[in-house]
Design a protein around this ligand. Structure first.
Ligand SMILES: Cc1ncc(COP(=O)(O)O)c(C=O)c1O
Length: 481
């Protein structure tokens, strides 16, 4: 509910109504009480399996294919633990692919969600809206402006839509440039344009190719060694970029940077790799577009552009997932003309209330920096995988071009490890076996394949790590056997 208009309307009285505030507190307290009953991994409640199977079958019937994981949530969880509709409980180490940084049934977010659901309409739009979409935008911009030139935000409903808006902003500013530059392994979302840019053949299977994309190599430690070191690798990448620019003069509207690649395998690069390419973009009027839809909040600083100290370069920026509401941010220079960006929905009142609360919790917590809790969790994660490797060295053979330690890599809250040589079928089988053993993981990369973790670090305790890895060890043992 809007806290902005206090005093001017009956709606403002609704927002500050004591009876409603007490009711919201009662709901939050009761959710917390029930959530407290979820304390550990457990199997399905006796007799629940047949009903659960029926739910899975109905879901598959609706969708036209079976779900990848047999996951239907019960609507309750407790921190990093989530309950499924059959009463089973699992560690959620993937969180809807990075969405639930504060885990399940977080009291602050339940409160914000209930309070945010009481407006006259469930969803807001570009034509008619309450203020909460803009309050979310204000908080986001204030945080973004600490270390960038980003000035305005367009709020939307999904990461792919945020990226669609971003590419339109880049095209319009740099008209008639029609090409985009993107990295090998990048992922941008599922819309017709974004799936063409994403470096995955399956993701654009059957889709006509209408977007002109020039692919650049991404950083890889082993490849850099092979070509004679960091400087040589970067010089080569710059040479490749210049070749594209010379081949298609003034035809590139933007270069899309995922500073830490998500679907592509949690790959990242030294700062100089990014800045050398960004310098060339700047010299040629090519927009530097930073897609942080998966990495925002997780890389050790709030924004990945802060972690890599490239905020001054960024012209266009996208965020989503953990912020619940999604947004495209741009500098004054890239502010598009009226008419380019709009759409029926900006999102629901709950998206904005919860999204704003999440930004505040991230801002006011102790998550970031070298001694922040994300760094501590990352160290605890690596310790666990190293332990696993020392007990089971045969599960961790070399994986060529893994670009990091097979027994623990990634950045901050984007964690990965690479068992079984990064073999696709074995890694997928390991994730599925781990699911059965009580921990939800996913994979990433295009070969080698990695086990991916996007844990709810806003809710997780350091003591949880050994308990999580007990389940992982059982799952990997099954997959290895
Ligand atoms: C880097 C990146 N960009 C864009 C998207 C698309 O976001 P959404 O699935 O919300 O459309 C994703 C989703 O995984 C992503 O990881």
């Amino acid at each position: 509910m809007s806290q902005i208009t206090a005093g001017h309307s009956v709606g403002a009285r609704l927002a500050s109504d004591e009876t409603i505030r007490d009711a919201v507190s009662s709901i939050t307290d009761r959710v917390e009480e029930l959530s407290g009953e979820i304390t550990d991994v457990r199997g399905p409640t006796d007799g629940a399996s047949a009903d659960y199977d029926a739910l899975m079958a109905r879901a598959a019937e609706v969708k036209g294919r079976g779900l990848l994981y047999p996951y239907i949530g019960s609507g309750l969880g407790n921190g990093a633990l989530v309950e499924l509709a059959d009463g089973s409980v699992k560690w959620d180490m993937i969180c809807g692919i990075g969405v639930h940084f504060f885990g399940h049934s977080h009291p602050e977010l339940v409160r914000a969600s209930v309070a945010g659901s009481m407006e006259d309409v469930a969803k807001h739009g570009n034509l008619q809206t309450g203020f909460e979409a803009y309050r979310f935008g204000e908080v986001l911009l204030e945080l973004a402006q600490r270390n960038s030139r980003l000035k305005h935000a367009f709020i939307t409903t999904s990461g792919a839509m945020a990226n669609e808006s971003a590419i339109k902003v880049c095209y319009q500013k740099n008209e008639p440039a029609s090409r985009v530059l993107a990295f090998k392994h990048c992922f941008m979302g599922r819309s017709v344009t974004m799936c063409q840019i994403g470096d995955s053949a399956a993701g654009r299977d059957g889709i006509p190719l209408t977007t002109q994309v020039d692919y650049m190599p991404f950083w890889n430690d082993e490849a850099a060694e092979l070509v004679g070191g960091k400087t040589k690798f970067i010089d080569h990448a710059c040479w490749r970029l210049q070749q594209y620019i010379d081949r298609y003069p003034k035809m590139h509207a933007c270069f899309i940077f995922e500073l830490v690649q998500g679907e592509g395998g949690f790959n990242t690069a030294p700062r100089e790799f990014f800045t050398s390419l960004m310098d060339i973009c700047k010299a040629n009027g090519i927009a530097v577009w930073d897609d942080e839809i998966q990495s925002f909040g997780r890389t050790g600083e709030m924004f990945a552009y802060e972690t890599y100290d490239v905020g001054d370069y960024v012209d266009v920026f996208c965020v989503g997932k953990m912020t619940q509401a999604c947004a495209t941010l741009y500098t004054e220079e890239y502010n598009p003309r009226g008419g380019l960006l709009s759409g029926t929905f900006t999102g629901s009142g709950q998206d904005f209330a919860v999204g704003t609360r999440i930004l505040e919790l991230l801002r006011d917590g102790d998550y970031y920096g070298e001694s922040g809790s994300i760094a501590k969790h990352h160290a605890a994660f690596r310790e666990q995988v190293q332990g696993l490797k020392s007990r089971h060295p045969d599960w961790f053979p070399d994986a060529p071009f893994a670009g990091g330690d097979v027994a623990g890599a990634g950045v901050g809250g984007m964690m990965r490890f690479t068992p079984f040589g990064g073999d696709k079928a074995k890694v997928a089988a390991a994730c599925k076996a781990c699911f059965d053993e009580g921990v939800i993981l996913f994979w990433c990369g295009h070969g080698p394949y990695h086990v991916r973790m996007l844990p709810p670090l806003g809710a997780m305790k350091l003591e949880d790590w050994p308990r999580v890895f007990e389940c992982i060890e059982r799952g990997l043992a099954k997959a290895a056997g």
